[in-house]
Design a protein. Structure first.
Length: 107
């Protein structure tokens, strides 16, 4: 079994890894110093260990990076791109629906 490195990583898995690691670092710095309280934006939650939360998140990111790379190596790079981009497409669709349902009034 070949080790997954940046050189042999396909583009969808690399894009997912970069976006996920940026998010992980931002949330890590937001929670720096918190041991039992996990913060995300202005929301907080009591947890047993923020270190465990970040270890699980890191394992999740690495697992999906590996899965996406397997998909690319099997010739399904189109499906891998779909899996990477669908959360962003859904987010923009929901944002558009929110803006349409609540129009901005400029005074």
């Amino acid at each position: 079994m070949q080790m997954l490195t940046f050189k042999n990583m396909c583009t969808p898995s690399f894009v997912y890894l970069v976006i996920s690691m940026i998010f992980l670092f931002v949330t890590f710095f937001q929670n720096y110093g918190n041991v039992n309280t996990y913060c995300l934006g202005d929301k907080t939650c009591n947890v047993s260990s923020t270190y465990l939360i970040f270890a699980i998140k890191l394992a999740y990111v690495l697992f999906w990076t590996w899965i996406l790379n397997l998909m690319c190596n099997a010739g399904a790079s189109g499906i891998a791109w779909f899996v990477v981009l669908i959360p962003f497409l859904i987010m923009f669709l929901m944002l558009a629906m929110l803006l349409v349902s609540n129009p901005i009034i400029v005074i």
